[in-house]
Design a protein around this ligand. Structure first.
Ligand code: NAD
Length: 349
């Protein structure tokens, strides 16, 4: 039995190794063409410049480029240079080809988690989407719009059995995991409308269990699967109500503060395994969860009027930022809360 297990694990590792080699080759091809195109653009503009390369490469390694610089051997030259530097610098930044992701928190097409599913799937990721009971039909319907059919699994994040079953299915189907998106949050409607001092013990427990503790449970389940892939990235969704007071956000603000602290503690805990943990703090977007906050339209109007970009964000912008944070492009970023709110958080008045 043990021998059979080892053989199976060996073949999974061999398959992962082969996929990586193929991905590297593809990425290097793209890198060559990116640099070649950049050089051509500089030539076209008549500029002499130093080609920009990833930060890890010293400027001394980069040739001066002028009108006469590249010749027919430019491809080979850049390919040689590319070969000197290890991944991930030479992967296409937000390519998800051959990556496996688990996305928790899709309820319908407006869900921020759905925007992230679309952004990662359109870049090649194979996904597992989970739904909470009543959203099964919606999620099944949505999943038909993705290029690669996702695994669609039930998961109530308050249930350890559900979480274990999700990771069991992901392991059987994918063999490993590259990223997890945690987009689950809940507070009872009464807790969001009563004066904050009236928050009940049970309302507090439920909000923090679903909206913050579940990130710990999901990360714990993901770690062994991410280790098989040489590391991974975990992302959750927060809101500025963690730091500032917004009317009717109440216990959810406390839950988001706990969630952001959880991101930092998890980042330190799993960082040595090359697993990153970050949050996006999104500006307000009309979703099902947002509908539970009375006066939400007023919050949208205030953001639109005061944010530096003078508009609200769109869920697709969260999807794009998430794709960055989940990808190798964000390889050096962990324990961070990235604001995607049209800049609202920087304003004082
Ligand atoms: P949404 O209603 O589409 O998503 C919330 C998800 O939480 C739903 O899919 C729901 O099924 C899931 N959920 C709730 N309880 C659960 C449980 N026990 N088990 C499993 N799943 C459960 O709304 P959304 O706005 O996309 O919310 C996603 C995340 O984004 C939340 O963390 C939310 O706080 C955060 N966020 C939203 C906004 C906004 O304005 N919409 C802004 C900042 C942050």
């Amino acid at each position: 039995m043990a021998i059979a297990r080892e053989a199976a694990a060996g073949s999974v590792m061999a398959a992962v190794g082969a996929q990586r080699a193929e991905r590297r080759a593809r990425s290097e091809d793209l890198l060559v063409s990116v640099h070649r195109d950049r050089i051509r653009r500089m030539e076209g503009s008549g500029k002499t410049a130093i080609a920009r390369v990833p930060a890890a490469v010293s400027a001394a390694d980069v040739p001066r480029v002028n009108r006469a610089a590249p010749d027919a051997s430019a491809d080979a030259e850049w390919r040689d240079r590319a070969a000197q530097f290890p991944l991930p610098y030479f992967r296409v930044m937000t390519d998800f080809t051959d990556k496996f992701g688990l996305i928790v928190g899709v309820a319908n097409k407006r869900s921020l988690s759905w925007a992230i599913a679309q952004a990662t799937a359109s870049r090649g990721a194979r996904l597992a989407l989970t739904y909470q009971g009543r959203f099964e039909e919606h999620v099944n319907e949505l999943s038909q719009g993705l290029d690669q059919p996702p695994l669609v699994l039930p998961c109530d994040v308050t249930s350890d059995e559900d979480i274990a079953s999700v990771f069991g299915s992901v392991e059987r189907e994918f063999g490993g995991l590259d990223f997890v998106v945690h987009g689950a949050a809940f507070a009872a409607r009464e807790e969001l409308s009563c004066p904050f001092a009236q928050t009940t013990r049970e309302g507090f427990r439920v909000a923090l269990d679903i909206s913050a503790y579940s990130l710990i449970a999901l990360t714990r389940g993901a770690v062994p699967l991410m280790e098989r892939r040489g590391g991974g990235s975990v992302l959750t969704l927060s809101y500025l109500g963690s730091k500032r007071v917004f009317p009717n956000y109440n216990v959810m603000g406390v839950a988001k503060a706990a969630l952001e602290a959880t991101v930092r503690y998890l980042a330190v805990d799993v960082g040595p395994r090359n697993i990153r943990v970050n949050a996006i703090s999104a500006g307000p977007v009309k979703t099902l969860a947002a509908a539970g906050i009375s006066g939400f339209s007023n919050i949208l109007n205030i953001y639109r009027d005061r944010a530096p970009l003078r508009r609200n964000i769109e869920s697709a912008e969260v999807g794009e930022a998430a794709a960055f944070l989940l990808s190798d492009a964000a390889h050096g970023i962990t324990g961070e809360v990235v604001m995607v709110d049209a800049g609202f958080h920087v304003t004082g008045m």
